[in-house]
Design a protein around this ligand. Structure first.
Ligand code: ZN
Length: 132
């Protein structure tokens, strides 16, 4: 019987992720509605192409460091805590700043979310060990 969850570790951001550069977690976690990648780009590094998507919008969450984002020719500074949505057609590129750039990218088909948490959550009778 399959479990109702998946769990994995990408390791430490500064150690394991920095060494690998990029870790996609969708397949290992069994994601079915989105793909999530963790990325660590060293100081001054960048992906050497601009890309867009056919169907998927993306959300970039800057976890550490800073860098420069380019979308449709517009360049702007991003740093830890910034969250950027890009439509499928947005032509995008990202370059790490002097401290490098660690970020996660979530991609999902644009327009596919029928509702969100407040309408989708259901309260359950089960309890966790820390609940009285
Ligand atoms: Zn992309």
């Amino acid at each position: 019987m399959s479990k109702n969850y998946g769990i994995m570790s990408i390791g430490t951001f500064a150690g394991d992720l920095a060494e690998k550069g990029r870790v996609m977690v969708g397949e290992e976690l069994g994601l079915t509605g989105c793909e999530v990648s963790f990325n660590c780009t060293p100081a001054g590094g960048f992906v050497p192409f601009v890309h867009a998507h056919k169907l998927n919008e993306e959300v970039y969450v800057i976890l550490a460091g800073s860098g420069t984002f380019m979308i449709d020719g517009e360049e702007f500074f991003v740093r830890e805590g910034d969250v950027v949505r890009v439509d499928p057609a947005g032509e995008r590129a990202l370059k790490a700043g002097e401290q490098g750039l660690t970020y996660l990218c979530i991609q999902a088909q644009a327009g596919s979310l029928a509702q969100a948490t407040m309408d989708d959550a259901i309260m359950c009778d089960s309890k966790a060990s820390w609940m009285a």
